[in-house]
Design a protein around this ligand. Structure first.
Ligand SMILES: [Zn+2]
Ligand SMILES: [Zn+2]
Length: 120
Protein backbone atom coordinates (compact mmCIF):
# COMPACT_ATOMS: atom_id res chain seq x y z
CA UNK A 1 0.00 0.00 0.00
CA UNK A 2 1.21 3.44 -0.84
CA UNK A 3 -0.29 6.58 0.51
CA UNK A 4 -1.07 8.99 -2.25
CA UNK A 5 -1.37 12.76 -2.00
CA UNK A 6 -4.69 12.64 -3.85
CA UNK A 7 -7.46 15.01 -2.91
CA UNK A 8 -9.63 13.88 -0.06
CA UNK A 9 -13.18 12.65 -0.52
CA UNK A 10 -15.50 15.56 -1.22
CA UNK A 11 -18.69 14.67 0.63
CA UNK A 12 -20.38 17.86 -0.59
CA UNK A 13 -20.32 16.80 -4.23
CA UNK A 14 -23.95 16.76 -5.34
CA UNK A 15 -25.16 13.50 -6.82
CA UNK A 16 -25.41 13.53 -10.62
CA UNK A 17 -25.44 10.75 -13.15
CA UNK A 18 -22.49 11.99 -15.10
CA UNK A 19 -20.45 10.11 -17.66
CA UNK A 20 -16.87 11.23 -17.17
CA UNK A 21 -15.57 9.48 -20.27
CA UNK A 22 -12.18 7.80 -20.13
CA UNK A 23 -9.82 8.16 -17.20
CA UNK A 24 -6.20 7.16 -16.68
CA UNK A 25 -5.76 3.51 -15.77
CA UNK A 26 -2.95 4.55 -13.42
CA UNK A 27 -5.63 5.69 -10.99
CA UNK A 28 -6.96 2.15 -10.62
CA UNK A 29 -5.78 -1.24 -9.55
CA UNK A 30 -7.28 -4.62 -10.11
CA UNK A 31 -6.72 -7.80 -8.22
CA UNK A 32 -7.95 -11.28 -8.95
CA UNK A 33 -9.76 -13.11 -6.19
CA UNK A 34 -9.32 -16.80 -7.04
CA UNK A 35 -12.62 -18.49 -7.74
CA UNK A 36 -14.54 -15.29 -7.25
CA UNK A 37 -13.71 -12.59 -9.75
CA UNK A 38 -11.80 -9.38 -10.11
CA UNK A 39 -11.86 -6.44 -7.74
CA UNK A 40 -11.22 -3.05 -9.31
CA UNK A 41 -10.28 -0.36 -6.83
CA UNK A 42 -9.37 3.27 -7.18
CA UNK A 43 -10.46 6.81 -6.59
CA UNK A 44 -13.60 8.28 -8.08
CA UNK A 45 -12.54 11.04 -10.52
CA UNK A 46 -15.55 13.12 -9.53
CA UNK A 47 -15.90 13.04 -5.73
CA UNK A 48 -12.42 11.62 -5.03
CA UNK A 49 -13.84 8.96 -2.75
CA UNK A 50 -12.37 5.49 -2.65
CA UNK A 51 -14.40 3.11 -4.77
CA UNK A 52 -14.11 -0.63 -5.07
CA UNK A 53 -16.16 -2.97 -7.23
CA UNK A 54 -16.25 -6.73 -7.46
CA UNK A 55 -16.77 -8.19 -10.91
CA UNK A 56 -17.68 -11.80 -10.26
CA UNK A 57 -16.95 -14.59 -12.68
CA UNK A 58 -20.11 -16.11 -14.05
CA UNK A 59 -19.59 -19.66 -12.84
CA UNK A 60 -22.28 -22.30 -13.31
CA UNK A 61 -24.28 -22.89 -10.19
CA UNK A 62 -23.06 -19.82 -8.38
CA UNK A 63 -24.77 -16.56 -7.84
CA UNK A 64 -23.27 -13.23 -7.07
CA UNK A 65 -22.40 -12.72 -3.46
CA UNK A 66 -23.00 -9.39 -1.87
CA UNK A 67 -24.59 -6.27 -3.14
CA UNK A 68 -21.52 -5.26 -5.11
CA UNK A 69 -21.42 -8.46 -7.13
CA UNK A 70 -21.93 -8.09 -10.84
CA UNK A 71 -21.51 -10.78 -13.42
CA UNK A 72 -19.06 -10.20 -16.19
CA UNK A 73 -20.94 -10.03 -19.42
CA UNK A 74 -18.66 -12.42 -21.22
CA UNK A 75 -16.96 -14.81 -18.79
CA UNK A 76 -15.53 -17.08 -21.48
CA UNK A 77 -12.11 -15.72 -22.48
CA UNK A 78 -11.88 -17.97 -25.55
CA UNK A 79 -14.93 -16.29 -27.01
CA UNK A 80 -12.97 -13.09 -27.41
CA UNK A 81 -9.51 -14.47 -27.98
CA UNK A 82 -8.21 -12.79 -24.87
CA UNK A 83 -6.14 -14.37 -22.12
CA UNK A 84 -8.80 -13.45 -19.61
CA UNK A 85 -11.51 -10.86 -19.32
CA UNK A 86 -10.27 -7.63 -17.87
CA UNK A 87 -13.06 -5.68 -16.23
CA UNK A 88 -10.67 -2.82 -15.58
CA UNK A 89 -10.75 -1.80 -19.23
CA UNK A 90 -13.76 -3.75 -20.51
CA UNK A 91 -16.40 -2.50 -18.13
CA UNK A 92 -18.00 0.80 -17.33
CA UNK A 93 -17.25 1.76 -13.73
CA UNK A 94 -19.59 3.52 -11.36
CA UNK A 95 -18.73 5.46 -8.24
CA UNK A 96 -19.28 3.21 -5.24
CA UNK A 97 -17.60 5.39 -2.68
CA UNK A 98 -20.29 4.43 -0.14
CA UNK A 99 -21.19 8.01 0.74
CA UNK A 100 -24.78 9.18 0.27
CA UNK A 101 -24.04 12.35 -1.63
CA UNK A 102 -26.52 15.25 -1.51
CA UNK A 103 -29.54 14.66 -3.79
CA UNK A 104 -28.69 10.97 -4.06
CA UNK A 105 -31.86 9.07 -5.03
CA UNK A 106 -32.82 6.30 -2.59
CA UNK A 107 -33.05 3.64 -5.31
CA UNK A 108 -29.62 3.84 -6.92
CA UNK A 109 -27.76 0.60 -7.54
CA UNK A 110 -24.50 2.11 -6.42
CA UNK A 111 -24.03 4.28 -3.38
CA UNK A 112 -21.85 7.08 -4.60
CA UNK A 113 -21.87 10.40 -6.42
CA UNK A 114 -23.42 9.02 -9.61
CA UNK A 115 -20.32 9.31 -11.77
CA UNK A 116 -19.46 6.64 -14.31
CA UNK A 117 -16.33 6.24 -16.38
CA UNK A 118 -14.25 3.89 -18.43
CA UNK A 119 -10.58 3.16 -17.86
CA UNK A 120 -7.89 3.44 -20.51
ZN1 LIG B 1 -17.81 9.54 -6.71
ZN1 LIG C 1 -18.13 10.03 -2.98
Amino acid sequence: MTSSPARSHDHATVYAEEDLGEVDSALFTRRTVPGTGVVVAGTCPRCHGRTESLFAWALPGTGTKGVLGRLLRNPDPSARGAAEPDPLTDETHFCECGHAHPACPPDTSFRGCGASWRVR
